[in-house]
Design a protein around this ligand. Sequence first.
Ligand SMILES: NC(=O)c1ccc[n+]([C@@H]2O[C@H](COP(=O)([O-])OP(=O)(O)OC[C@H]3O[C@@H](n4cnc5c(N)ncnc54)[C@H](O)[C@@H]3O)[C@@H](O)[C@H]2O)c1
Length: 464
Amino acid sequence: MQVKSICCIGAGYVGGPTMAVIAQKCPHIKVTVVDVNASRIAAWNDENLDNLPVFEPGLDNIVGEARGRNLFFSTDVDQAIDEADMIFISVNTPTKTYGKGKGMAADLKYIELCARQIASVSKTNKIVVEKSTLPVRTASAIKNILDHTGNGVEFQILSNPEFLAEGTAVEDLFAPDRVLIGGDTSDKGQEAIQALVDVYANWVPKERILTTNVWSSELSKLTANAFLAQRVSSINSLSALCEKTGADVNEVAKAIGLDSRIGSKFLKSSVGFGGSCFQKDILNLVYIAKTYGLNEVADYWEQVIIMNDYQKNRFSNNIVSTLYNTVSGKKITFLGWAFKKDTNDTRESAAIQVADNLLNEQAQIEVYDPKVIEERMYADLDYLNTRTEDENRSLLKVKNDPYEACKDSHAIAVLTEWDEFKTYDWQRIYDNMLKPAFVFDGRGILDTKALEKIGFVCYSIGKG
Ligand SMILES: NC(=O)c1ccc[n+]([C@@H]2O[C@H](COP(=O)([O-])OP(=O)(O)OC[C@H]3O[C@@H](n4cnc5c(N)ncnc54)[C@H](O)[C@@H]3O)[C@@H](O)[C@H]2O)c1
């Protein structure tokens, strides 16, 4: 079967970039991305490509090329489902905030809504692709809903988890380490797998397209995120020991990373990992292990999250203790709010927890981030419910100019590794700060030796 029309439900950080790349690489396929969020769809359709809702280097050019040709963004979910041979589900799967599994299990209500909508609208056979990250065995629930429509339409369910990293999404989609496709072992399942393989084969070398059974594919995505986050927590745990012993975590990371059995990637110590996926996917893995009675397995993976929380709190505690045990009324400047550089995504960003801790100590925070808008920062803080919305707005201010944000500050905290922070005129920043002028580099990106020469008092994660 040759796919001619694709619908993707969910125009977020995964659905938008993934479908833009499929449309660009497969001009013979019509790709329609739909979402219930009308303002998000309007932003995807904005004439000015600077206003796309997702910032990713290179994405604007791809959307500019394919949009209106074979890439469309719409709020008409029913029509797009009806027209498509293949439907990707790319909606959010956050951690449950209520009921059974609260705080751990994945909330699958958006997935279920999609399945029900596909079931009620479809008049022809469809291949339904799980692009969202889902607990292992979700495909059977989706199949169950789809098979009970009673209108004779046949559905094949595939699992095709997305491995892109925000900030490098376009690169990752152009040249993925692998594409994983899980499907049913029946003939029809294999046909569906082949149809999706043929889509990716337009630009991905065949040997990088891996096919498995559905359960292996679903579980591989959770496992990949758990392993990546575990590496960050492992090196972060050692950053604390480096600070006590005089070792340098960057030197340790380099020394162990050169061991080909370990490898050098994901060994950068920091104020803690963020992003929408690592925490929620590990908690989901922990929950799944617990439901199967595998408590030791659950505890093992939960420690990755505990270590990450420890690292964020350790960073803010260190700021307080270094500033003579009080930050009350003191101005602290945050450079960065996004969870990593080259994205405007702030979900689970370490900056949020660090800010919340310092606001509890009555600090006055001013933030500069090159891509994150003010409303997003306040929404992140309000979501924690620690204080009133008015208090958040009066204690934390957002500046569009980094020098303005650093002026009259007691301390600067680097929360995101944006490249531009390295090239600032740090002498000018120093001259306009209160003395002693402190810098807390939560990302290890600044040249602390040069800063110390200027007169700054520096703390860099993992340096004794
Ligand atoms: N963000 C990442 O880096 C990343 C990477 C790999 C996998 N994933 C997974 O991909 C999935 C999507 O993540 P995301 O970051 O793109 O989420 P997102 O929140 O940015 O986007 C999800 C979109 O789905 C829409 N939506 C929800 N229910 C809908 C419905 N019933 N009909 C139409 N639209 C609906 C929402 O309005 C939202 O715009 C998640 O399962 C996530 O775990 C994310």
